[in-house]
Design a protein around this ligand. Structure first.
Ligand code: SF4
Length: 318
């Protein structure tokens, strides 16, 4: 995960919730992708360190466990860049230029200059992140599938050139996760400021939820609503599925006003986030403990990474 800002509800339901479950099925490596963040934030990197700590605290508070998983910072394991360099040399330029997410980002991100050599190589660094640990599966969303396919192509090329099956072809672990739109109905994003952060205080949550867009055709409380077109309703589906049916029916019959509906949702979210907020406070009382967890993760990841790089160097005669 890239430490580009505070983590929000979208990260929670779209990734973290799944990560917590995966820990009991797989040997997991969770990486703070600070090099990846730097690729897009290189002009304004002043908040990177702060974001790294804040994100890791969210992970730990939500249930990512250092006893079960390896948690580390990408830039602290130098081998990521070594493997990135080696893969860069063998990766055809056309593969990167044709990558759909690259083309989309170049089109859509207009507030910073991403027309750089480094940003074009973003999926090559991702390939190195995965293969340094010879990972067999990667939990990805559908939008990330082209990147994973690129990783598989790099593996095939590497193994073919050096005539050894050194790297496995990682498979996608597609898990059905909830997709939560932002408070204004657009994609939930830091740049649109349309999110509820995991660490948000109760009064801020209430204020943000009360400002959410609802069904625009409802003028009076008694007007029949269209919950299927209402973003508030989709939040109920994720955070209070047991209330969804009743809200749905009362909204359609014009028996509940949007203000009351949003007030209830705000309370649900406040209650949902409360234990995470409390755990965060507790963790932040002892920052050394967090740095120790990261150091331990770095050590474990570093040992595996060093072994892989030594195998690669032996194979390519360096
Ligand atoms: S009552 Fe609730 S579900 Fe219905 S339109 Fe208003 S906010 Fe949306």
């Amino acid at each position: 995960m890239r430490p580009t800002g505070k983590l929000h509800l979208g990260h929670l339901v779209g990734a973290l919730d799944n990560w917590v479950k995966l820990q009991d099925e797989y040997e997991c490596f969770f990486m703070v992708a600070d090099w990846h963040a730097f690729m897009s934030e290189y002009e304004n990197p002043q908040n990177l360190k702060e974001n790294i700590l804040d994100n890791v605290v969210d992970w730990l508070a939500f249930g990512i466990s250092p006893e079960k998983s390896t948690i580390f910072i990408q830039s602290h394991v130098k081998e990521h860049l070594e493997l990135y360099m080696i893969y860069s040399i063998i990766t055809p330029l056309g593969l990167l230029e044709r990558c759909p997410t690259y083309k989309e980002q170049m089109r859509e991100i207009t507030n910073r200059d991403l027309n750089t050599y480094g940003f074009l190589g973003y999926p090559v660094l991702q390939a190195a992140d995965i293969l340094l640990y010879k990972a067999e599966v990667v939990p990805v969303g559908e939008d990330q599938l082209p990147h994973l396919e690129l990783t598989r192509q790099i593996v095939r090329k590497f193994n073919h050139i050096y005539k050894r099956e050194l790297f496995p072809e990682p498979k996608a672990l597609l898990t059905k996760t909830h997709r939560l739109l932002g408070l204004d109905g657009r994609k939930m994003s830091k740049s649109y400021n349309n999110y509820v952060a995991i660490s948000e205080e109760p009064e801020v949550i209430l204020k943000k939820i009360m400002n959410m867009f609802t069904d625009p055709t409802r003028i009076r409380v008694t007007d029949p609503g269209h919950p299927d077109k209402c973003n508030v309703h989709s939040y109920y589906a994720v955070f209070a599925p047991e209330r969804k049916k009743e809200i749905d029916e009362r909204c359609k019959r014009g028996e509940i006003g949007c203000t009351d509906c949003k007030k209830e949702l705000a309370q649900i979210l406040i209650k949902f986030l409360e234990p995470i907020r409390e755990k965060r406070k507790e963790l932040l009382k002892n920052k050394k403990q967090i740095f120790d967890i990261l150091e331990e993760g770095e050590k474990k990841a570093g040992e595996i990474a060093a072994k892989t790089i030594s195998e690669v160097k032996h194979l390519i005669n360096l």
